[in-house]
Design a binder for this molecule. Structure first.
Ligand SMILES: [Mg+2]
Length: 298
């Protein structure tokens, strides 16, 4: 008789576990949205990118004494090979204080060209999911741009230049010579066996920088959507396991899961995010109910 009761008890427990499993709403697929800042949260047409390029070139002439006629080719090569011109300048041997560079290049940007975006604000606030910024820019620039957009309170945090890099220390780098690697000559007359120098700066699209950023912010790439306007950063994002949305283009590039002309179209392109928001509310309701029942029975 006792044996029979035990059997019925076991069947009952299994039945309850089965029902409980299927009563639980499914776990949402995504738990984080990761956004690039410049030319992603506001459009390229704002003119900020062009002003930034001009400031970088002025810095190279005025502060690093680079010949004006070489600036265009040099800055293009550095940007192409190192992710940012700044990372390239450091790689080829220029020494300068990072804060000084940022205050020159970003500090004088025409921020008034970035307009408040209440539509994007309402879209972001309607998604009850973790949201973070991941920019190669410095913290002061990121905060200024977010304030101009009216989005400063829409994100949990900002992964920026200072998050991934230590401040520049001239004493630590005193052993480095001021000999500048001739990158223009390197590509004009490629010599076998000569490698491009490495940069000490961590930034997108380096996989090392991407992985470090994800680790610092405790982001699971499999459950995160990465919004970005740069096709090479999208490719790097895909290589680190992120789901990717190319912003500002109507066609997907390599490694892009989606392409959006503007973040204003998120709802049309990714309705599942809002469906998941409903699921999330259901999960919260479900777990809240269990907690209440537990406390009553106790
Ligand atoms: Mg960008």
């Amino acid at each position: 008789m006792l044996k029979l009761n035990c059997f019925y008890l076991k069947v009952l427990v299994l039945k309850m576990e089965f029902e409980d499993h299927y009563r639980q709403p499914q776990r949402p697929k995504f738990d984080c949205l990761l956004f690039d800042l410049d030319d992603t949260l506001y459009p390229y047409s704002s003119g900020i990118a062009a002003a930034c390029t001009k400031n970088i070139q002025d810095y190279m002439v005025e502060k690093l004494d680079i010949e004006e006629s070489k600036i265009l080719e040099l800055s293009n090569l550095l940007y192409k090979n190192y992710g940012t011109t700044m990372a390239g300048l450091r790689a080829v041997g220029y020494q300068f204080d990072y804060d000084h560079y940022h205050s020159f290049v970003h500090g004088r940007l025409p921020y008034e060209k970035i307009k408040p975006d209440p539509v994007l604000r309402s879209i972001l606030l309607s998604l009850p999911i973790r949201k973070l910024i991941f920019t190669n820019g410095d913290k002061v620039h990121a905060i200024k741009a977010l304030k101009r957009l009216g989005l400063e309170d829409c994100f949990e945090g900002i992964i920026c230049f200072e998050t991934l890099n230590q401040p520049f220390s001239p004493t630590e780098n005193s052993k480095e010579t001021q000999n500048i690697f001739d990158i223009v000559g390197h590509f004009a007359r490629p010599e076998t066996g000569v490698e491009l120098p490495k940069t000490p700066v961590l930034c997108k699209p380096s996989i090392e920088a991407m992985e470090y950023a994800l680790k610092i912010a405790n982001i699971n790439p499999q459950r995160t959507i990465f919004f970005e306007d740069s096709t090479r950063n999208i490719l790097a994002g895909k290589q680190t396991g992120l789901h990717t949305v190319l912003v500002g283009k109507s066609h997907r590039s390599q490694g892009a899961d989606y392409a959006l002309e503007s973040l204003h179209n998120i709802r049309e392109a990714l309705p599942e995010l809002w469906a998941e928001a409903e699921q999330r509310r259901a999960v919260q309701y479900h777990s809240g109910k269990v907690a209440l029942e537990t406390s009553v029975s106790a």
